[in-house]
Design a protein around this ligand. Structure first.
Ligand code: PEP
Length: 323
């Protein structure tokens, strides 16, 4: 962390003259981009540049909020209350999905009456057959499930259990399979604390490393709404320590800028990037005001009635956004 600050809610810090360098600048003139500016601001400053600049006053990206119930609740008798939290959400201006535990997907997947999607927390990439303990995308498709979440840090090795970490290559294989079967995907990335402590350049290097394997898939994606990136700094997940709005915006803008150079400006402008890490009803409004934050992936607070307030916060922020 720069100066050891910026982990807390409103105490954002910024380096005096932060820049990103785009190594893929088509004109060979390296483009310096202020780290905390929005992607829209970057495009506006850059000018026409091959007709890639969107002229829309707003991002045009529909907000999306997900609730990750992880391995909760213990008892199926507690599911109705959790389902009620999701059904209380106004989905008219925001996509909502929920990730029940694998055992509970089949119990609740037809329980949502407001268009909220069910998104299993993992999948395999081979289909049905002799794959003990797996959840097949093919089974999801047959159940009418439209979304699947993969790459959560707890599956990438931050589990606290001696299970093998899922690699970037494995996750790319899963993503390709999910899309091929017609489902959409929430793809999680994010850096652990030691990387964040080395500063934003180290964070961006880690984000790029976690994205690189899926770049060819993103290049072939015609409907950019089918993949959502969930940026979840590991140090903020389940800790009560939220990234400051400036930190989150800076990283989201960096991810978007990287996708612009590595995939296309169009995909970067269209793809939705969620923030995850101790998001709650109290911090959602300020985070939602950040131009490159398109929604949230929510763990603990998705088990509470306040989840609906998080959905309302981002819907309101984006409805009034002018950037
Ligand atoms: C998560 O599980 O993805 C998450 C962000 O959890 P929490 O909101 O509890 O930090």
């Amino acid at each position: 962390m720069h100066g050891g600050k910026g982990f807390g809610g409103g105490e954002a810090t910024r380096d005096p003259a932060p820049t990103y360098i785009n190594p893929n600048d088509p004109k060979g003139k390296q483009q310096a981009i202020h780290k905390a500016e929005s992607f829209a601001e970057y495009l506006a400053k850059r000018g026409g540049g091959g007709g890639a600049m969107p002229s829309r006053p707003t991002s045009g990206r529909r907000p999306i909020v997900g609730g990750n119930w992880k391995c909760n609740p213990a008892s199926p008798y507690d599911l109705p209350a959790l389902v009620a939290n999701i059904n209380a959400c106004d989905t008219s201006s925001c996509d909502v999905y929920v990730c029940p535990s694998p055992l509970h997907v089949g119990i609740v997947y037809q329980s949502f009456n407001n268009g909220a999607y069910v998104a299993p927390q993992n999948c395999n990439f081979k289909g049905c057959g002799a794959f003990t303990g797996e959840m097949a995308v093919d089974q999801m498709e047959a159940m009418g499930i439209k979304w699947c979440l993969i790459g959560h840090s707890e599956r990438r090795g931050e589990f606290g259990l001696p299970t093998p970490a899922e690699s970037n290559a494995l996750l790319a294989t899963k993503l390709a399979y999910i899309l091929d079967k017609g489902l959409n995907c929430i793809f999680c990335i994010g850096e652990p604390l030691p990387i964040r402590e080395n500063g934003i350049d180290a964070v961006m290097a880690e984000c790029r490393a976690q994205l690189n394997e899926i770049l060819p898939i993103l290049r072939g994606l015609s409907d950019h709404s089918r993949v959502v990136i969930a940026y979840e700094p590991v140090w903020a997940i389940g800790t009560g320590v939220t990234a400051s709005p400036m930190q989150a915006q800076e990283t989201h803008a960096g991810i978007r800028q990287y996708l612009a150079s590595a995939v296309s400006p169009q995909l970067a402008a269209n793809i939705r990037i969620q923030y995850g890490g101790s998001a709650n009803a109290a911090n959602a409004p300020e985070l939602s005001a950040q131009p490159d934050i398109d929604g949230f992936l929510v763990g603990g607070a998705s088990l509470k009635p306040e989840f609906a307030q998080i959905v309302a916060a981002i819907a309101a922020a984006k409805a009034s956004a002018r950037f």
